[in-house]
Design a binder for this molecule. Structure first.
Ligand code: HEC
Length: 105
């Protein structure tokens, strides 16, 4: 009897744990792109405030563009910024600009 109860609770715990992991999923972000994003007005100020304290290789358009694909991946997944979180609107600025071909606008 005791064994049955232990097994029952173990299984219940297992499911409770799975459920928790599900709801804890960090990123369900998908970009919503509306309107053109400007590198100098939108993207670069965000990079300056959220990324440059750690990254010394994002000083101008050419450097950011060279890293554009990796930046998009890391921002979409939420891996970067390492010490902080971007709002979905902030992610949109970076991701939509990269999807538009990372223009110098
Ligand atoms: C607190 C420091 C910190 C901040 C802030 C930060 N990063 Fe990073 N980033 C790192 C470190 C450290 C790595 C090296 C990989 C690792 O340890 O995760 C990295 C790696 C990367 C990489 C992959 C490596 C490369 O250079 O190709 C990209 C792309 C990146 N970061 C983009 C960003 C962007 C975009 C932001 C701002 C939205 C940002 N990071 C903010 C610390 C930071």
């Amino acid at each position: 009897m005791a064994r049955t109860i232990i097994i029952f609770f173990s299984i219940a715990l297992l499911f409770a744990n799975c459920k928790k992991k599900d709801t804890d999923k960090p990123d369900t972000y998908t970009p919503t792109c509306s309107g053109a994003k400007s590198f100098s007005n939108d993207v670069f100020p965000l990079i300056e405030s959220k990324c440059k304290k750690c990254h010394t290789n994002m000083d101008d358009h050419a450097e950011v563009k060279a890293l554009a694909a990796a930046i998009k991946d890391n921002v979409t997944s939420g891996i970067m910024p390492k010490d902080d979180k971007l709002t979905d609107a902030q992610k949109d600025i970076i991701v939509c600009w990269v999807e538009a071909g990372a223009p110098n606008n």
